[in-house]
Design a binder for this molecule. Structure first.
Ligand SMILES: Nc1nc2c([nH]c(=O)n2[C@@H]2O[C@H](COP(=O)(O)OP(=O)(O)OP(=O)(O)O)[C@@H](O)[C@H]2O)c(=O)[nH]1
Ligand SMILES: [Mg+2]
Length: 316
């Protein structure tokens, strides 16, 4: 018997400059979806790993040698002509000048507004993923006290904090709602995004940017909460990641990686545990959490994370 669904594995490279700009290329004449914009890459050959295929394709198509690439996310998409499994990498290091070896055009883009179109249909969620920052900060009222934390929040917002998850389970609903209002009002002038932990209704009411679901809250849902721009979830294992995928999250936070004061007694998964989870290939970016600092960002990305989620580490 032959497999009814043949899946074509494809390695795709998102070249990223230090300022966050990323490279799109136009598909050459003669290929399916000619003229559509895509990330450079191509099909795995027999016996190749995705990373090997990435290096070969980027050399063939654009004449560069990849020197630094991290696995990012895996997207399966069914086109009329094939089902493709796209293994996306973020490429941060390469040697050589970018050349058009197949007659394609190239354009550096920012995630605020694309200047080229149309984009290949499979790539919509990818554009969203590229808006995610390298660091997610979790609020620390329980740890630092409200006044002290709000003062640090102001300082961090002024120095570029982009995404904040407000999680304060020790507060009752009324106090949490008051705090959420304050935080949203302070974040907005800086263009920073605020996510409420588990309080889906309140997030809608206050016009928060999204909700971050505990694994327990995510388990109770059969679909994505409506009316919110962004939805994320905390996960600890494959079953919770599968549920996160089922409800259609934009990102997941997996941990905990190291021993941490906030989870005494629970065994940390370590980077090996994180790698085992990430390796299964999920269609959304993953953050690593648990006893980490901003300096762990590079290690996290090497294991397939988009970045790190920080609690105490975000406020030092
Ligand atoms: N390279 C690339 N392919 C993508 C992206 N998104 C996406 O759906 N695909 C799909 O992945 C499949 C393989 O890509 P490809 O046509 O570049 O393969 P290739 O370079 O090996 O081409 P070839 O078979 O002509 O040698 C195509 O069906 C394409 O539509 C993307 O961002 N980049
Ligand atoms: Mg190609």
């Amino acid at each position: 018997m032959t497999d009814p669904v043949r899946i074509v594995d494809v390695a795709v490279g998102i070249l990223v400059k230090p300022d966050g700009q990323f490279l799109l290329g136009s598909r050459p004449a003669g290929k399916p979806f000619a003229g559509f914009w895509e990330f450079p890459g191509g099909k795995l050959e027999a016996g190749e790993t995705a990373l090997e295929a990435l290096a070969r394709e980027l050399h063939e198509e654009m004449g560069i040698t990849v020197t630094a690439a991290c696995p990012w996310l895996t997207q399966t998409f069914t086109y009329p002509h094939a089902t493709v499994r796209l293994h996306f990498f973020r490429v941060t290091g390469w040697q050589g000048e970018i050349q058009s070896r197949e007659g394609q055009q190239f354009a550096w883009q920012t995630n605020r507004a694309l200047t080229v179109s149309p984009i290949l249909p499979a790539n919509g969620p990818i554009m969203r993923g590229l808006q995610l920052p390298d660091v997610l900060a979790l609020s620390a009222v329980a740890l630092l006290g409200q006044e002290n934390w709000l003062a640090r929040l102001d300082a961090k917002l002024a120095s570029g904090l982009q995404w904040l998850i407000l999680r304060e389970p020790q507060l009752d609903a009324a106090d949490f709602a008051t705090l959420a209002q304050t935080v949203i009002a302070r974040a907005r002038p800086h263009g920073a995004r605020v996510f409420l932990h588990d309080h889906v209704e309140l997030a809608r009411e206050l016009g928060a940017d999204g909700v971050h679901l505990s694994a327990r809250a995510a388990a109770a849902l059969s679909g994505r909460p409506r009316g919110l721009d962004w939805v994320g979830a905390s996960v600890h294992n494959v079953a919770e990641l599968t549920q996160a995928q089922h409800i259609g999250v934009d990102y997941a936070v997996a941990g905990h990686i190291k021993d941490t004061a906030s989870h005494p007694g629970a065994a940390p998964m370590g980077w090996a545990g994180f790698d085992a989870l990430a390796r299964a290939g999920w269609p959304f970016p993953l953050y690593a959490i648990g006893g980490l600092a901003a300096a762990d960002g590079a290690a996290a990305q090497a294991q397939g994370a988009h970045g790190v989620a920080l609690l105490s580490g975000a406020w030092q």
